[in-house]
Ligand binder design. Structure first.
Ligand code: SF4
Length: 452
């Protein structure tokens, strides 16, 4: 199985690989060592990518305990179906370990297809079922014949790699079994794919009006807010926009290799980044007319957004914020906060790519701003205290650290309930930051107890 996924460790467009000479590129990306899967296994990673497909069932071929790894803990939203909120499992037991569990796959698929009007079923291999050697692709093929719907094997046992590697495996499964299997009803000259947005807190829905107003048609979104059919005709798009995802560059590269679809990376956090990203789409579509439309549109939207955020920026101006997103493209969050008038005193680079870190370094050049490589709660609190931070912008797991230190906190992780992309997202972020900073709770929390 490891050999099957060998190509996923050779990503030409990956920031690390770009810098390498041809000879160095022969060396593959580092594979995780035992224990390195802590914090999200490959199975978890593949579900992150595929669970947002709302009209498909997600059947986990393994012990029922694997279901809890990712079930319902992300803020993806979808209007095509809510099946990702159901936990389907083959629930393998000791008997299956001895006699094999493939029959359970076909049985469960038949049961799911009979009970729910799902468009497809994704079947995930987990550690136990990979180790006992269940032939999941063959069982899926049989299940597809019995049910009449697509049944897609996702060979992602946790031990094979970390979360990022699981993202790649999911992208590979889409490329191998789904993309190219259907044709769209109509196509336009402005059809694009979006890769890497999972519609967390409805962020895709904040971007869609921008594309619509500009006459750009999002043919397929992989995989936020998407339907199974949409993914199946992604091969008809004219270009691909990869949003905030390093891992799924493998999928963008696959689309380019297999169907000749060009791709570019972009971000919808902050006014400057939105403009740059839209212009890169116009470049890929090679449309001067679209370029012109974008310039006019962006000018109008920037003016409107600045007017909308004005009441909040008055409260945010000069406030010190530390960014601990841990994800890719933390630089785009930094730009967004600076556009709101805040003073970004530093950022973590925990999961940032070399390219991202370089960008942040350049941006911070000549200042004392901090790049925090690794930090536990204690280190983080020390930094906030030393730098006299007013606010921490971070993932949900740092919420309690900030509460312990009595620092206002805004959640930017996958469980968040507010979207911060596009123009409306910019206003929402300004609002949430201002509300958090001015909440009366901080004054009470920082007050000494009566007995102190
Ligand atoms: S796939 Fe393996 S590592 Fe991942 S949750 Fe299941 S048993 Fe744990």
């Amino acid at each position: 199985m490891a050999a099957k996924f060998d190509h996923l460790t050779e990503v030409d467009s990956c920031s690390e690989n770009k810098k390498k000479s041809t000879a160095e590129k022969v060396k593959k990306c580092a594979k995780p060592t035992p224990g390195a899967t802590m914090g999200g296994c490959a199975f978890d990673g593949s579900q992150i990518v595929l669970l947002p497909v709302g009209d498909a069932a997600h059947l986990i071929h393994g012990p029922a305990t694997c279901v809890s790894q990712n079930w319902n803990n992300r803020g993806s939203r979808n209007l095509h179906g809510q099946y990702y909120k159901m936990g389907f499992s083959t629930d393998v037991t000791e008997m299956d370990v001895v006699f094999g569990g493939e029959k359970k796959i076909t049985d469960k698929c038949v049961e799911i297809a009979a009970r729910y009007p799902v468009k497809a079923i994704f079947v995930y291999t987990t550690c136990v079922t990979a180790m006992i050697g269940d032939d999941v692709p063959t069982a899926c093929k049989k299940a597809a014949e019995l049910t009449g719907i697509s049944v897609i094997p996702v060979e992602s046992p946790g031990f094979i790699g970390n979360k990022n590697f699981g993202n790649k495996i999911a992208g590979d499964a889409l490329l191998e079994y789904v993309i190219g299997t259907q044709e769209p009803e109509k196509t336009t000259e402005y059809d694009i794919n979006i890769i890497g947005d999972y519609n967390i807190a409805g962020e895709l829905w904040q971007m869609m009006p921008i594309f619509r107003e500009l006459g750009i048609n999002v043919l397929s979104s992989l995989t936020g807010g998407t339907s199974f059919d949409e993914i199946a005709y992604a091969h008809r798009a004219k270009c691909t926009l990869v949003i905030c995802s390093k891992a799924l560059l493998t999928l963008a590269e696959g689309l380019k290799r297999k169907y000749g679809i060009p791709f570019a990376e972009g971000s919808f956090y902050g006014l400057g980044e939105i403009e740059k990203t839209l212009l890169s789409v116009a470049d890929m579509l090679d449309s001067e007319e679209l370029r012109g439309r974008i310039h006019t549109y962006v000018e109008r939207k920037n003016a409107e957004t600045l007017a909308d955020i004005a009441p909040y920026t008055a409260l945010l101006k000069g406030k010190k914020v530390f960014v601990y997103t841990g994800g890719v493209k933390s630089w785009s969050t930094i730009y967004q906060l600076e556009e709101l008038g805040m003073d970004v005193i530093g950022t973590s680079t925990r999961k940032s790519t070399e390219q991202d870190i370089e960008k942040i370094r350049e941006h911070f050049e000549g200042t004392q701003k901090m790049l925090l490589e690794k930090g536990d709660g204690r280190i983080l609190l020390g930094v906030l205290e030393k730098e006299k931070a007013d606010l921490l912008l971070a993932g949900g797991r740092n919420m309690y650290t900030s509460i312990k230190g009595r620092y206002p906190f805004v959640d930017v992780n996958q469980e968040r309930i507010h979207g911060y992309a596009g123009y409306t997202g910019m206003v929402e972020l300004a609002k949430q930051l201002a509300y958090t900073l001015t909440s009366p709770v901080w004054e009470v929390a920082r007050r000494k107890a009566p007995w102190e």
